[in-house]
Ligand binder design. Structure first.
Ligand code: ATP
Length: 356
C-alpha cells in the first residue's frame, strides 16, 4: 500500500507542531521518521494512524483519500514503545486477540486462528513462550509479541513509534536487524519513529529527517548521511568537521588554505562554512600546498575503522577523521605526528539563520 502525505499541518493551540508536510511512500518501503524530541514525529504518525486529525492537508492510502476515515477502517497495525500487552493473557492469546474480536462475518474459524497464531509465534521466534504471561517475558520478547499481534490482523500499513526505545543497546540492535529481515519477508509498508540516527541509518529504506515540525530532507541512508542538504542534517546524523572561511572566486578560503565551492561563484568575501564528514577527510604524510597541517592527538581503533582526532596547526580547531585500517597502517601514524589534511568532499553553507 503506497501512502501520500499531502500538505499536512497540525497546531496545538497557537503552537504549530507540523508545518506543511509532504511525503510520498512507495508500497513495501520501510521509512524512518527521524528527528529530535518535539520535531513532530509522533504527531505525524498519529495522524497517519487516524488517532489525531490534521488541521490541513490529506492522507492517501493507494488512490484512496482516507483523511476522514476512522482508525479501524484504515487497517493499520501499531507497535508503540510501551505497548501494553494484555497482562492477563498468554502470548498466544495476546496475538490471537485481534482476530477473535473481529465481527462474526469476517472472523476466521478457531482452527484458522490457531494456525495463524502459531505461524506468527514461529516468525517472532517465541515458540517456547506461547503459554507465558507478559510479566514473565523480557522487554525484547514483549516487543516481539506486540509486533506479532500487530501483524496478526494483516495490516496494510505498519506504524511503529520508538518500538525499541525502552530496550538496552544490544537487544535493540538485534531487534532492529530482525525487524529489517521481517520486513524483507513481509514487505508491508512500514513507518517507524526514532530519534536514534544509527537505528534509522541501519534499518530504513529511506529516512525522513524532521526538525521543528518541518521535513528537512528525505533520502536513502547514504543520501542523508553523505549528502545532507542543511547544516541541521549534517549535525543530527553524525559527526562533522567545520572549515570556516570566506568565499573568493568560487573557493572557500581560510588563510592559505582553500577548497573549491563553485556553487558560490560571485558571492565574494561572504563568510561561509564547509561541512565534511570524518570519512571524507583525506590524510597524507607529505606536505602539499592545498592541505592544512594538523597533529594527531588521539587514535581510536573501532572494529574495521580507525578514528583520529587531530588539532589544526593554524587555527587550533579539532578535526575528526575516519580511515580504514589498511590506510591507517600505510600511513604509519602515531600520536604527536604532523600530517596534512584535505577534505575529499565538502559542502559549503552560508550561515544565515542557524548558529554554528
Ligand atoms: P518525542 O521524540 O519527544 O516523542 P516528537 O518528535 O515525536 O517528540 P511530537 O510528540 O509529535 O514530537 O510533538 C511535537 C510538538 O507538539 C511538541 O512540542 C509537543 O509538545 C507538541 N504536542 C504534541 N501533542 C500535543 C498535545 N496533545 N497538546 C499540546 N501540544 C502537543
Amino acid at each position: 500500500m503506497s501512502i501520500q502525505i499531502r500538505n499536512i499541518s497540525k497546531s496545538f493551540g497557537t503552537f504549530r507542531a507540523l508545518d506543511q508536510i509532504n511525503i510520498d511512500i512507495q508500497t513495501g518501503e520501510l521509512i524512518a521518521l527521524l528527528g529530535p524530541s518535539g520535531s513532530g514525529k509522533t504527531s505525524l504518525l498519529r495522524i497517519i494512524a487516524g488517532l489525531e486529525a490534521a488541521n490541513q492537508g490529506a492522507i492517501l492510502f493507494g488512490d484512496e483519500d482516507i483523511t476522514h476515515v476512522s482508525t479501524k477502517e484504515r487497517k493499520v497495525g501499531f507497535v508503540f514503545q510501551h505497548y501494553a500487552l494484555f497482562r492477563h493473557m498468554t502470548v498466544f492469546d495476546n496475538i490471537a486477540y485481534g482476530l477473535r474480536v473481529r465481527p462474526r462475518k469476517s472472523r476466521p474459524s478457531k482452527p484458522e486462528i490457531e494456525k495463524k497464531v502459531k505461524e506468527l509465534i514461529k516468525l517472532v521466534k517465541l515458540e517456547a513462550f506461547s503459554n507465558r504471561y507478559p510479566s514473565h517475558l523480557s522487554g525484547g520478547q514483549r516487543q516481539r509479541v506486540a509486533l506479532a499481534r500487530a501483524l496478526a490482523v494483516e495490516p496494510k500499513v505498519l506504524l511503529l513509534d520508538e518500538p525499541f526505545g525502552a530496550l538496552d543497546a544490544k537487544v535493540r540492535k538485534d531487534l532492529r536487524r530482525w525487524l529489517r529481515k521481517l520486513h524483507n519477508d513481509y514487505q508491508i509498508t512500514s513507518i517507524f519513529v526514532t530519534h536514534d540516527q544509527e537505528e534509522a541509518l541501519d534499518v530504513a529504506d529511506r529516512i525522513v529527517v524532521m526538525n521543528e515540525g518541518k521535513v528537512e530532507q528525505i533520502g536513502t541512508p547514504e543520501e542523508v548521511y553523505d549528502y545532507p542538504n542543511s547544516p541541521f542534517v549534517y549535525h543530527f546524523l553524525g559527526n562533522v568537521n567545520l572549515f570556516k572561511g570566506r568565499l573568493h572566486n568560487g573557493k572557500l578560503r581560510q588563510g592559505h588554505f582553500e577548497v573549491d565551492a563553485p556553487e558560490f561563484l560571485g558571492a565574494e568575501n561572504t563568510e561561509a562554512v564547509g561541512y565534511v564528514r570524518p570519512h571524507d577527510i583525506n590524510i597524507e604524510r607529505e606536505k602539499s600546498p592545498d592541505a592544512v597541517a594538523a597533529t594527531v592527538i588521539y587514535i581510536h581503533m573501532i572494529g574495521a575503522v580507525v578514528q583520529l582526532e587531530l588539532i589544526r596547526t593554524d587555527t587550533g580547531d579539532v578535526l575528526e577523521a575516519e580511515l580504514t585500517k589498511e590506510h591507517f597502517r600505510s600511513l604509519n601514524l602515531i600520536t604527536g605526528v604532523e600530517v596534512y589534511v584535505k577534505p575529499k568532499q565538502l559542502k559549503v553553507f552560508i550561515p544565515e539563520d542557524y548558529s554554528i
